[in-house]
Design a protein around this ligand. Structure first.
Ligand code: ADP
Ligand code: ZN
Ligand code: ZN
Length: 732
């Protein structure tokens, strides 16, 4: 027999299928194998088994060994890999890597076992053995007596108590036996398990019926607190009862612990968590529990869409509007497209949920490509928190130059006095935005990227938020020597400092990328705040998401209009989403919530739709704008990036790439709305010069997209990187 193998080497030249002979090894489709390759031995994936090769047998080498008995990849995984590879023009070996953790690929982790030792002697035999043991075998007698008194024991503990060699001697003699038990390195041991099950409302039941009766994906649109999660839990429960499995996707690590605890509360060990924050061992064990069928529900961020489950009944994408569902580094893919593939493959239901659906998704619902289930209010009938607009122009006119409006200060005081909690949200992180010389206008910039640096108060350093480089804070201006260098803007650190001055008795926590570097950073901060060990939580985007803190009655949004000015066609959508999400953190339980939204543009229509919680109004307005200006979802943006640490080479490649693209354009001129080449807005990141060919085309032109992909593949190399982005989240 012959195995078709894809070797785990990421270079595109080697992206071929190689034939190997199968000798005595019990190889299956999807198995990981070690194969000879040149004069090396490397990992490969068996993607097919066939009778004969087109090559003569003498030219073929045999597979050396199998990595594990159960094939790591299912047939579905291989088909999905194929789909990804074709759709996004990603090499087959890179695609297959998506299904396994990096550590697994490198063979650095494997299953961990515990050895349990027990007596292998009945009463009579025990006595015979103990009496026949020689005087110098006192230790062995002790161990036998210990086992008799205590039943089975861990080999490692026995070894420590007595001696490892004594224990192995007893095993060798057959007096004791070893039982290997797989050890599960379960993540989030401390996660609270909430068990209460609720009687669903008629709206929730109706939504479930819509999902079950629909052959299309279903969009569940409902404000935070409208009971979407309970719907997910019910759908998953029905799947499990039907002997099926489920995948539940959440946007970010920060969100996972809370959702995970709700799932665990309901389904216990049947659910497994998959995400990059786990240790290699934990990741492997959770993956394996899913693969072996021990766990039936996979929960995790976007990569959980690769969960090794079979017979899937439902796939849920919670907070479907989140950008994190689109991979923005290689390999680039759109999670919902993969989810749709798997849903079709398994004849499973696909459910997307959000309080603020993506314009694309809602349009699909309006067009009838998706089914729509709408939840009209919060389960507890509590009104959405009132959003008060604070006009920051007036604050400045009246001499208030702090980051806090009078309204926010007043509400904060009320909140603290009544023993409740507040969340203060801002878009930026770090102590301040930029360092500017007041004499000559010098702005501190990263040496490797074309962006300004951010001052971080506690470390007293400047950091680049693009590449992570850190710099010492200069004592004077490097250009003119003036000591009059200043911080402009406000960051989380500065806000905490100012709050400390305003409310010296309040305990304040900060949550942003800087305070949550390690695995459990998020969880710890959220837990502390949830346990009411602090009064105010200050943070960036990551506190906007689905956390449920019953004691929070006030949310302050410091820079409500910041994101309106991003040079991105989705700026309005982002702003609407952000305000709605952050506002949803206030007044979740029995107390009425309030939100203070600070802005310099109080008349802006996006803000006004947001404070009215008027999604439909916003959607209609935004749709007509996008339609008129030919932006997605009424057009496709194609951005072909050219990057190199050599500026000239990049420019030269850009010219060639542009030439090729222009041929495509000329053949399809009527399909193009916009077409040009230029420097990228951020001209350099991590010492790489960046150029782009930017195009906007009418939708439904998959061949043009494919042609652009082929151009990217043709020019992509080690010296000059070339890749295509379709409707990218960021155009920086
Ligand atoms: P969402 O996911 O839309 O934010 P959740 O499902 O988390 O909403 O529901 C919000 C709160 O209401 C949760 O505390 C949840 O336990 C509770 N809840 C949801 N559905 C019901 C119900 N039918 N009866 C009582 N409480 C419910
Ligand atoms: Zn200067
Ligand atoms: Zn940098």
């Amino acid at each position: 027999m012959i195995a078709e193998v894809i070797v785990d080497i990421a270079t595109s030249e080697l992206d071929r299928i190689f034939d190997y002979t199968i000798n005595s090894v019990p190889v299956k489709i999807g198995s990981r194998v070690i194969v000879p390759f040149g004069n090396r031995k490397i990992l490969g994936f068996v993607i097919n088994i066939k009778e004969e090769s087109t090559l003569p047998n003498s030219k073929l080498k045999p597979i050396i060994r199998l990595v594990e008995d159960i094939p790591a990849l299912t047939k579905e995984c291989l088909d999905l890999a194929n789909y990804i590879s074709t759709k996004y023009h990603i090499s087959k070996s890179l695609t297959l890597r998506l299904f396994l953790t990096a550590e697994m690929r490198k063979g650095k982790v494997r299953e961990k076992f515990h050895n349990f030792i027990s007596l292998n002697l009945d009463e009579i035999a025990f006595n015979e053995v103990v009496y026949s043991l020689k005087k110098n075998a006192e230790k062995q007698k002790e161990v036998l007596n210990y086992l008799k008194a205590n039943g089975e024991a861990l080999q490692s503990e026995l070894g420590e108590k007595f001696s490892p060699s004594t224990v192995s001697t007893l095993i060798k003699k057959g007096y004791a036996t070893v039982k290997k038990v797989r050890l599960n390195r379960t993540p989030y041991k401390g996660v609270l398990e909430t068990k209460n099950k609720v009687e669903l409302t008629s709206e929730q039941k109706n939504a479930i019926e819509i999902v079950k009766n629909s052959s299309k994906p279903t969009l569940i649109h409902g404000v935070t607190g409208s009971g979407k999660t309970e719907i997910y839990l019910s759908l998953i429960e029905e799947c499990i009862n039907d002997g099926k499995t489920a995948i539940m996707l959440v946007p970010e690590i920060a969100l996972t612990p809370q959702m995970f605890s709700r799932l665990r509360g309901r389904f216990g060990n049947l659910c497994a968590i998959l995400h990059s924050g786990l240790s290699a061992g934990e990741k492997f064990d959770e993956w394996w529990r899913l693969r072996s069928g021990e766990a039936k529900v996979a929960i995790g961020a976007r990569s959980a869409i690769f969960a090794p489950l079979e017979n899937i009944g439902v796939i849920i994408i919670d907070e479907e509007h989140e950008q994190s569902y689109e991979s923005e580094t290689s390999p680039r893919y759109v999670t919902s497209e993969l989810a749709l593939f798997r849903a079709k493959y398994n004849n499973a239901k696909l459910v997307l949920g959000s309080a603020t659906p993506k314009i694309e998704s809602y349009l699909s619902a309006v067009n009838g490509e998706f089914s729509l289930a709408t939840l009209t209010g919060r389960v507890n009938k509590k009104p959405m928190p009132e959003i008060i607009i604070a006009d920051m122009r007036n604050e400045i006119k009246s001499g208030n130059v702090t980051a806090f409006s009078k309204a926010l200060k007043y509400e904060l005081e009320e909140t603290l006095n009544s023993g409740n909690q507040a969340i203060i949200f801002l878009n930026r992180r770090g102590y301040s935005q930029k360092i500017i010389c007041r004499e000559c206008g010098y702005v501190a910039k990263c040496a490797y990227c074309d962006v300004s640096l951010t001052y971080h108060r506690y470390e007293d350093t400047l950091k680049c938020h693009y590449c992570g480089a850190t710099y010492k804070m200069p004592s004077g201006c490097p250009d003119c020597g003036s000591v009059n260098i200043n911080y402009s803007g406000t960051g989380t650190q500065k806000v905490v400092e100012d709050l400390n001055k305003l409310f010296p008795n309040a305990k304040i926590l900060r949550m942003d990328n800087d305070t949550t570097q390690n695995k459990e950073g998020h969880y710890k901060i959220l837990k502390e705040f949830g346990d009411k060990k602090a009064d105010i939580l200050v943070g960036t985007q990551m506190i906007a998401k689905g956390h449920d803190f019953p004691k929070v009655t006030l949310v302050g949004i410091l820079d409500g209009d910041m994101s309106l000015y991003f040079s991105d066609y989705r700026a309005s959508e982002r702003t609407f989403q952000l305000i709605t999400q952050v506002a949803g953190r206030s007044g979740r339980a029995d107390k009425k919530g309030k939100v203070v939204l600070q802005t310099f543009s109080p008349k802006n229509t996006v803000l006004n739709h947001a404070i009215e919680y008027d999604y439909n109004g916003f959607f209609n307005k935004e749709c007509s704008l996008r339609k008129a200006s030919h932006f997605p979802p009424f057009a496709l943006i194609l951005r072909l990036m050219v990057e190199s640490d050599n500026d000239e080479k990049a420019l030269e490649t850009l010219k060639n790439v542009f030439y090729k693209c222009k041929e495509i354009r000329d053949e399809n001129a009527s399909e193009f709305i916009y077409f040009n080449k230029m420097k990228s807005p951020v001209k350099r990141i991590n010492n790489k010069y960046r150029y782009q060919v930017l195009a906007r085309i009418k939708t439904g032109n998959d061949e043009i997209v494919d042609s652009f992909y082929r151009v990217a593949t043709e020019f992509d190399g080690a010296k000059v990187r070339c890749y295509l982005e379709v409707n990218p989240n960021s155009l920086s």
